[in-house]
Design a protein around this ligand. Structure first.
Ligand code: NDP
Length: 258
């Protein structure tokens, strides 16, 4: 069950946090995983660690998801190594705090560029490869903020709402090509993303803010990256063959039982 032997997977932003956990989980299940990351040190370290644990099944490719040219080059390099790309996990993302009035144009563009255009860039370059290969699967990592409003996440929420809409659109347009596309809405997950966010935005109140963020989930804690990775592995697997165009909240009950 949930085996990926002989399959080629791409995970963006896989140098840390949720992306790294997804890359490790796919490699554990037998996939050959391409780790796309903009920071070469972080990306190489993640690939080395996963490769050592899972029989060489991770390779680092430096790229910034905001650059379509870089994604095109990296996708071509992966195809020349692996033959095709069967799974794409669009995970790379950045955070931002601000409401519609306080968010600058530059910050809005920066967040949309990574979180929204990054997903488009990867889909644009990798979908034709999947079509040529006879099918494939995309798993987009959005956020619960695509579905409900929390304070001062204007640009971030807009970008994640767009990811949900792109998920429906891709699922619809490529269903006849044997391509499935789904999204995960993670609740608060304890990763460097959260630690960096707390440090940057609440200096001196880190512990108090961390606890507040943990208590926000009805289960009373943040999730672990592996808890998102388990869902991503299922959605990318052949066992999820009837699942497409669907949105999965993995959030400790945040959306449904507040
Ligand atoms: P991390 O910051 O730990 O990991 C994100 C990774 O993406 C980093 O390695 C980052 O690199 C990389 N990245 C950022 N921008 C780019 C880019 N332009 N090109 C390539 N790589 C890039 O975050 P998480 O693991 O917490 O988050 C992963 C995803 O999950 C994000 O999309 C996030 O929005 C989403 N999410 C996270 C939640 C959480 O509570 N943690 C909750 C809901 C959704 P660098 O360090 O160089 O920026």
């Amino acid at each position: 069950m949930l085996r990926f032997d002989g399959k080629s997977a791409v995970v963006t932003g896989a140098g840390s946090g949720i992306g790294k956990a997804i890359a490790a989980a796919l490699a554990r299940q037998g996939a050959q995983v391409a780790i796309l990351e903009r920071d070469p040190e972080v990306g190489q370290a993640a690939a080395d660690e996963i490769s050592q644990t899972y029989d060489g099944r991770a390779t680092f490719y430096r790229c910034d998801v905001t650059s379509q040219t870089e994604i095109r080059d990296v996708a071509a390099a992966i195809v020349s190594q692996q033959g095709t790309i069967d799974c794409l996990v669009n995970n790379a993302g950045i955070a931002h705090v601000g409401d519609a009035a306080t968010t600058s144009e530059a910050d809005f563009d920066r967040v949309m560029n990574v979180n929204c255009k990054g997903v488009y860039n990867c889909a644009h370059e990798i979908l034709p490869i999947m079509v040529r290969g006879g099918g494939g699967v995309i798993c987009n990592i959005a956020s619960t903020v695509a579905w409900f409003g929390i304070g001062e996440r204007f640009a971030y929420s807009a970008s994640k709402g767009a990811v949900v809409a792109m998920t429906y659109s891709i699922a619809r347009d490529f269903v006849a090509d044997g391509i499935r596309c789904n999204a995960i809405l993670p609740g608060r997950i304890h990763t460097p993303f959260v630690d960096g966010f707390v440090k940057k935005n609440y200096p001196g109140q880190e512990e108090e803010m961390f606890q507040k963020l943990a208590d926000f989930q009805p289960v009373g804690r943040m999730g672990q990256p592996e808890e998102i990775a388990n869902a991503a592995v299922f959605l990318c697997s052949d066992e999820a063959s009837f699942v497409t165009g669907s949105i999965h909240a993995i959030d400790g009950g945040t959306i449904s039982i507040r």
